[in-house]
Design a protein around this ligand. Structure first.
Ligand SMILES: C[S@@+](CC[C@H](N)C(=O)[O-])C[C@H]1O[C@@H](n2cnc3c(N)ncnc32)[C@H](O)[C@@H]1O
Length: 178
């Protein structure tokens, strides 16, 4: 298990950065990779998502967020797994939220590429995916958010030819584009 970062919650006033980039409907299944206290997923359900899944290493945060889901009446639509993000398949997700670390973004790239279906959306808070061109970006109270539509548009030609080579070469810094 790799902990990329401890629990640093997205401040409530900055959460809108995610929702500026995606509109949710009842057909959406939203995942948060490193779900913390569950706040992004509570907001996603309140904004119309049909189902949500949190993945979190910290057992106490999983216990607290599961309890909060029950008391908010979300029990049947929201599940929190105590797990490493790499141990949970993303095939069901239509939208993935991720606020982890600068190392996590390149490490997750191949997983996103292999598991997310065409049309799925990934929104990264603060740490963009190197080599992928964001479809859109947003700023919310000083934080930056990056939206990628799957399959992503690449910044570099070799990533189109072979995503594995692009993944292994992730160390080059990305170009940020709005
Ligand atoms: C920066 S916090 C973000 C919490 C929440 N998503 C938010 O935006 O408020 C990152 C969370 O990811 C969890 N985490 C770190 N590495 C992880 C991993 N490999 N698998 C699952 N969770 C992880 C941490 O315990 C922490 O709660």
């Amino acid at each position: 298990m790799t902990s990329f970062i401890g629990f640093i919650p997205t401040p409530i006033e900055q959460i809108e950065g995610f929702f500026d980039l995606v509109s949710l409907s009842v057909s959406d299944v939203v995942y948060d990779l490193g779900s913390g206290d569950g706040r992004l997923l509570f907001a996603a359900l309140e904004k119309g998502a049909g189902k949500a899944v949190g993945v979190e290493l910290n057992a106490e945060l999983v216990r607290q967020s599961t309890e909060a889901a029950r008391s908010r009446g979300f029990k049947n639509r929201l599940t929190f797994f105590e797990a490493d993000v790499f141990d949970v398949k993303l095939t069901e997700a239509s939208v993935v939220f991720c606020y982890l670390s600068i190392k996590a973004s390149p490490a997750l790239k191949l997983k996103f590429y292999q598991e997310l279906r065409p049309g799925a959306k990934v929104i990264m808070e603060m740490y963009p995916i190197p080599g992928w061109k964001p479809a859109r970006t947003a700023n919310s109270e000083g934080k930056r958010f990056y939206l990628y539509n799957m399959p992503p548009e690449s910044l570099r030609e070799e990533a189109v030819r072979d995503p594995l080579i692009d993944y292994l070469n992730y160390s080059s810094s990305p170009t940020e584009e709005s």
